[in-house]
Design a protein around this ligand. Structure first.
Ligand SMILES: Cc1cc2nc3c(=O)[nH]c(=O)nc-3n(C[C@H](O)[C@H](O)[C@H](O)COP(=O)(O)O)c2cc1C
Length: 215
């Protein structure tokens, strides 16, 4: 396991999008620890309606590189993580989620019954408004953000990627026929072969407001 090098605040401030990587692999224990932290991310109604597909095989990464229009990250980084949103997960049996919460003492029977009914009503309404995909993508992207920061803490490099053909990414990870699933984000992970300067951020006055937007 790589040593910790940074606090959360340091990780946020020092992280950069890295597009070129050394070929050195990521040890399994490191990868497992990072994935574990990614799934600690919160999800709407604790639906946990996202999955992560870890692609390390060169052939799989080559397919992902093609799906991204030839971006260097999937070709060079030893690991590419595909964050898959599961917009229909709320319709599935959630007994395992409730059992964990019951065992940890976080939720009692009364809470579980109310939570189940309310979350189903909430999701049914989202579905009616065509928003279940958007909400599952939010959950997947929060998990990706957690992983990116955790990787930065270990001195590893990442790049979020939006530039891809969804059908081709789905094909590459074996879900070409799954209309019920959506690709939220790709994240490359590895050892940096470049360092990039901070491109800067707008002054907070431009997009941080108090009480009312634009104030
Ligand atoms: C959702 C998302 C998608 C992105 N997609 C790509 C991408 O496909 N290819 C790429 O090279 N960079 C991609 N980026 C990286 C941005 O260009 C980068 O974050 C931005 O220029 C700021 O640089 P920084 O991350 O080093 O602060 C993406 C970033 C985000 C947040």
């Amino acid at each position: 396991m790589t040593n910790r090098t940074a606090s959360v605040a340091d990780a946020i401030r020092t992280r950069r999008t890295i597009r070129h990587y050394r070929p050195d692999p990521i040890p399994d224990a490191t990868l497992t620890a990072l994935l574990d932290l990614a799934v600690e991310a919160p999800t709407s109604w604790n639906l946990q309606d996202r999955s992560i597909v870890v692609v390390t095989d060169p052939a799989g990464r080559a397919e992902l590189a093609r799906a991204t229009g030839g971006q260097p990250q999937p070709q060079e980084a030893p690991v590419v993580l595909v964050f898959v949103a599961e917009p229909q997960a709320w319709r599935e049996d959630r007994a395992d989620v409730y059992e964990r919460a019951r065992r940890s003492g976080a939720w009692n029977e009364e809470f579980i019954a109310a939570f189940d009914a309310e979350s189903t009503a909430f999701q049914t309404d989202l579905d009616r408004r065509g928003l279940v995909r958007e909400y599952a993508v939010k959950d997947a992207v929060i998990a990706a953000s957690f992983l990116i920061l955790a990787a930065t803490e270990l001195g590893l490099a990442t790049s979020p990627m939006n530039g891809w053909n969804e059908a081709e990414v789905k094909q590459a990870i074996g879900i070409g026929d799954r209309d019920d699933l959506a690709i939220a984000l790709l994240v490359s992970l590895g050892h940096p072969a470049e360092s990039r300067p901070h491109p800067g951020r707008r002054a907070p006055e431009r997009n941080v407001f108090r009480e009312r937007y634009g104030a």
